[in-house]
Each structure stands twice: as structure tokens, then as C-alpha cells.
Design a protein around this ligand. Sequence first.
Ligand code: SF4
Length: 483
Amino acid sequence: MMTPEQYIESLRRQKKEVYFMGEKVENVVDHPAMRPHINGAAVTYKLGTEEEYQHLGSAVSHLTGNKINRWTHIPQNQEDLVKKAMMLRVAGQITGTCFQRCVGMDGLITLYSTTWEIDQELGTNYHKRFKEFLIETQNKDYMTDGAMTDPKGDRSKRPSEQHDPDQYVRVVEERPDGIVVRGAKMHQTGAINSHQILVMPGMGMTKEDEDYAISFAVPADEKGIIYVFGRQVNDSRKWEGKIDQGNAKYGVVGGEAMIIFEDVFVPWDRVFLYKETKYTGKLVDRFASYHRQNYGACKAGNLDVLIGATASLAGMQGTMKASHVKDKLSEMAHLVETMYSGALACSFNCSQNGCGTAFVDPVLANSSKLNTARYYPEVTKLAQDIAGGFVATIPSEKEFDNPRVASYMHKYFSTGENVDAIERIKMGRLVENMTGSTPIIECMHGAGSPQAQKVVLQRSINWRDKMKYAAEIVREPETSPTK
Ligand code: SF4
């Protein structure tokens, strides 16, 4: 396994083509817009290798028997799924933001079981190929970017019906030694700091869409792959100082990027699905359930940080004993624990598929993600309520170096003898950062928009059974009860 430092150093050896704000980025590791997110991903290596966290962050590979990082592990049983959720909450508590490696983890888990099923039915050899890829990923402790979301063009049309055939990643050439792919994947979490890209179809495909029904893996610095790093609200603060960023160590959300595949060659041994449209819907649903399991855990960890920042501010500002503040803090905790309980529930209520992979309960996983999309903004509103309006109007940290106003900054931002103005402002900035638009939008749409979860629920709930329960209760008894 790699340590956080080894992971960061390994990124320096890559030759990726990355652009940000119209310019080419030669060194992602030391770029101020990217480094906080890289630090966030490095926490997954910390959990794998440091003694304090290893009981959650490491696992034993069922393929090799080697000790591996849990972010590369295929869950074999209920305990593995529960530990996955517990690990994500701890990582969320350390970072206060997204640590990015879970999309790839869920892609690995999903393709492991889906390729097995395809081979069972079709006699193909995708699973053997995938196992070799997985063993290399585990042994080298690679960070994998799980790439699913296509640009999608006109949402009312299928991939093959779009005005531009590249709106979904597709195969454009078949060669004896592999395929050539073209297209793009949007807002890819952790893409610029991953070792490899695992591409999956973003929706269920029909026969007409078979050129789009592909899954494959490529090294992240493969020729023809271009990254365009996204902007975030207030991101220029990242190169202006530390305090105003709020979370200078780990940033806000996952440092998302657009990945462009400009006719990229993929050898056959890295192709894991090729035109078998029948399996695309199952693959997407399965991936979504695993990733929706996570949200109740990683976001609970993030919100633990927000609750801590809010309570600290209440303490500094003399409002901690007010009954409405105590009530709101416990409301925040209640919502967070409700989110987390969903992540645990879908893990406990798991099933096992043919190749032995443990699968979360999809109804509970989707319900948990819906709760998270609904409760996360509620918790942020309560934090803003308690923290106070000053969070929205704090002057720049540079005023502490401005000889004309620095003393007034200290004087008027201090709220008591033992309250340091800078410490109060740091907490205020953390609250501002965590309750701003970017994390809330991410929480809504990450792992699929709420409507996608409702579609799964509509499909999966046994409505007939529920009607039967009601019918049983109102049914006339055959003989009148005597008692
Ligand atoms: Fe992991 Fe959560 Fe980030 Fe998804 S949003 S990659 S589950 S930390």
C-alpha cells in the first residue's frame, strides 16, 4: 500500500494534459487550485496505512490474500459493507469534504460482479480480464477515477439519436489489438489526481446504442486524454491566502474535471464490456446503489465537521447556552445520524450475488441518498442560523496585515477576553465554505439527482404487497369474532 506521501509523489511521475482557466497545468501536485483536493484523496492512503485507521482503511484481498487498501477491495460480506460506510464517515470527519476515491472503488466493485455475470451467460472472458486489472490496481494501490457521466446532449434523446454522436463515449474504430474511443465524461471527481480511468456507460442502452455500450480502463495519462479542471465559487481565494478558503487543507467537494477522449486507444485486455447493451442498465443501477450507500456516510462525516464549527462559534459568541441554539444543534445531529443510519442499514441488509460480492439493499441505499440530498441543506441552514450573518461579510484575511485597520479587525471581531478574532474568523470561513452553493449542489446531484433515486424506488418497491397488507386489514372476517 502507498502512504499519503508516496501517493502524492506518484502523481508527479504522470504526464497528464490538464487545463485550468485557459492555461496548461504542467504540475497538478503543486497547483494551488488542485493541491487541496489531492490532499483530500491522500487521506484515503492515510486510512489504509496508519495504525489508528487500518481496521477500517485496509482489507485482505479475496483474490491474492494480500493486505490492500479498502478503496480497492471487493466487499465479500456484510462486515465489508459496514466497514466501507464506517471508513467513509471517518474520512469525511478528517477532510470536511470529498476525498474522491469512492467513485473508482464503486466502479471496481460493480464491474467485478457484472463481468462475472456476463461471462456466465455469454461465455465471454471479461471477468478474467477484469480480475487481472483489479489485482494490479490492488497491488499497486492505484487511485481509480470511475467515469460514468456523459455530456448527454439532449436528454430526451438516446445516445444514437443525438445531434452530435460524441455526446456519449463511444467506440469509433475496432482494431485487431483493441478499440479506439471518443467522447467525454463530465464533472469527474478526482480525475486529475487518479492513476487510471475506469469508463462505464452512463445509462441503460438499447440495441441501436451498441457503440456506446462500452466499459474500459486506461492509464490516466494515456495519449489523447485531456482534462479541463472546473471552477468553483470563490476558488480564487485558493491562491490569495489560507484563512479565506475556509478549508485550505482539503478544499470544497472533489476538484471535478471534464475528461475528453480524443480518439484514445484501448487494448482488448482493458475492455470489460463491448456492445452488450443488455447489461448496461444493470451495471448503472448497481453502481448507483453502491455509490448511494456512501453518501449517508461521507456527508455525515463532513457534517460532523460543520456541527463542530457551528458549536465552536456558538461557544465563542456566547450563544451556546441559549435553548434555541441547543435545540438547533441537536436537530443538526439528528439529521446527520438519520443520514448515516441509512448507509448502515443498506449495508446490514445486504445480499450476495453469484460471484460472492456483497450487494447493498438498493431500496435502502437509494432512500439513504434521498435523505442526504434533503437533509444536507437543512443542516447547512441551521449552521448559518447559529453562526450569524457575520459569516457572509467577513473582510479579507489581508486586513490583518493592513496597518491602518489590523487592530480594529482584532478588536471588533473578538467577542470576549478569551476569543481570538482570527480563530473566530477561521471558524466562520469554514462554515461559509461548507454551506456555500458548491457543496450543496454536489450533494444534490452527486451519485445521481434525487429523481434518479425515486425512479429506482418506483421500480423496486413491491406496491402490490403494500396494497395486500391494507386489503388484509379491511377484509371482512369469515366468521364474526367472538371476543
Ligand atoms: Fe466519496 Fe462522498 Fe466524494 Fe462520492 S462524494 S467520492 S462517496 S467522498
